[in-house]
Ligand binder design. Sequence first.
Ligand code: BGC
Length: 715
Amino acid sequence: MKWTANWIASARDFGEVCPVFEKRFQVGKVKRATLYITAMGVYEATLNGRRVGEFLMAPGWTVYEKRQQYQSYDVTALLKPNQENLLRVTVAAGWFDPRLGWDYHRPATDAPRSLIAQLELEAIDSSRTQILTTDETWRVAPGKLTFCSLYDGECYDARRPLRFEKVTVQKLPKRQLIPQEGEPVRALERLKPVRYFTTPAGERVLDFGQNLTGFVSFTVTASAGQRVELSHAEVLDHDGNFYTDNYRSAKAKLEYRCKSGKQTYTPSLTFYGFRYVRIDSFPGEINPDDFTAVAVHSDLKRTGWLSCSNPLLNRLFENIVWGQKGNFLDIPTDCPQRDERLGWTGDAQVFVRTACYQFDVERFFRKWLRDLAADQEPLGRVPAVVPNTIHPFSGGHFAWGDAATIVPWQIYLSYGDKSVLKEQFESMRRWVDYITSVTTTPFLWTGDKDAYGDWLALDNDQDSWKGSSDFDLLASAFYANSTLLVTKAGRVLKKDVAAYEALYRGIVKRFKETFQNFHTQTECAVALYFGLAKEPQKVADQLARLVEENGKKLTTGFVGTPYLLHALSRNGHTDIAYDLLLQENYPSWLYSVRQGATTVWEHWDGLKDDGSFWSAEMNSFNHYAYGSVADWVFGVAAGIEPVECEPGYARVHIAPHPDERLGWLEARVNTKYGRIRSKWEQIEGRVRYEIDTPVPATIVIADRTYEVGPGQYLF
Ligand code: BGC
């Protein structure tokens, strides 16, 4: 595809009003019509009044200056041969808004809302291709969408006439334009309200029964100029009133000015994270059936399912799936509702193993990893969020920057294609080199003072966001792990990684000498999981004791939680891992379920036992990080794990770990070779195992190992 089109924008400043570009044209009958298009902003195109494609929030979010996706759509069926055709494109700010993140202006976000498009029309006999491009013959009008932003929502005025005027051709670069790499974002599910009620404060509220990411579509009969105003919220407060403080500065509103008559409106250039909708104004009577919540996310194929005999756990599994849907909207985000919605590297790293079980995320993460590499500094520092919207020099912290090594390795393990390692190897290696260049102690990583630490752990002062685990210990453990992953990736790629192997041996030795006392659950879990404890059994027993002494409850934050159950079950304490999984009192996964959660919370105590909230400052009810527990359920409880020597499930390791407190548990994982299934059931004091494998498998049941070929097995 060669771009001959030019970028165009409105000749004058439309302020906050979104531009609508248009081109009228005639064509004869064509064999095929393809529209190539992208914008500095998110766009929606229609041809002869019909939407072009189903991709929402196109062109998606990338490091725009270096890599901006364009989409191509087959629009043959939308064309009217030998008549006037009308192509219209609305452009809103989307991720080009400098308000995203912490006011870090990038060149792309300061560009005007511009459009580039090329319509290629192939003649019936394929003899020639006519190309129609954005140029000075296009026109533009201030649109009906008078305001549209990710954080604040939108205003749409259905009455507003479109008055078209001249465009200007922009001298904006084109070399960064790349074809679509990720999975398209689409409207994927529709939910009806489960309840319509009036709160004690007199607010009219719809409850969709599920915290989700997307928007509300509604039908209204009105006279021109009447308003529909909606606010969005994830939860109700202690008194049952609508609660939006945790959205911080994000207004998350919708304001619609009606035309006259019956009309349906569906947003498409922004999204909200919500379960409840407050109807602030609405002409006439409210019929809940006139409202539909539309769930919007990257169109990923579901690959993994968990179910068991405990209904609370089943709800948790559902919540984790919804957490992934709601936060996999073109990039992996921390949360979808407040004034953040950013590609936090730490969160992605924490959740990637679970993500790979639940959905096919190979393309999704490979796109994001290219952005990670594109935003990585020459010296290897990885920004805290990708694409970076915080500060040109943010990041470089342990457990966050390590997404550079952990994510590509996991994608390789789960899908088996070594080209991901080939593509990311330089980025992986540079991350490790960066650590080596900044640490204040050779073979350890010390001095990362501004790190996030064991984020939101419960083992520090009440108000502290950072847990009390030792930064140097955790940082050094991640340094070891990232170095190890570079050596593994290097060996897969047949590179000489002798220097990294030596570095790894050095870090392990130094770690074991330096860190022999562990003070927190996270310190123990991380040292055990990464194989760095000098006396692993002693540390595992200490970890088990720490959990027991805390009333069989965890204290871990983002860094320790994903490893906690693994560290226990790998060292003879599977029963304690189950204690944590099945714990129903605060703090625990099932506590949130008992409190009515339909997604995974950012804080263990997002909503406290007494009905009050954790501070509004940092309290998302849709943060996937703690959903990382599902990887233990798939990988240990059901026991399905990919293996390094034959990645992508060309071979599988299946070692289920049942527990008497659960009657049965089943996991299914679809791979490119077929479905793997592992189920166990307690029957009169004995355990019955059913295992299906489409590939050779190593099955470990009650410490006995069976090497089997593809088939169905009963133990
Ligand atoms: C985000 C987190 C993120 C953290 C970094 C928060 O504001 O929501 O999920 O990892 O900052 O400490």
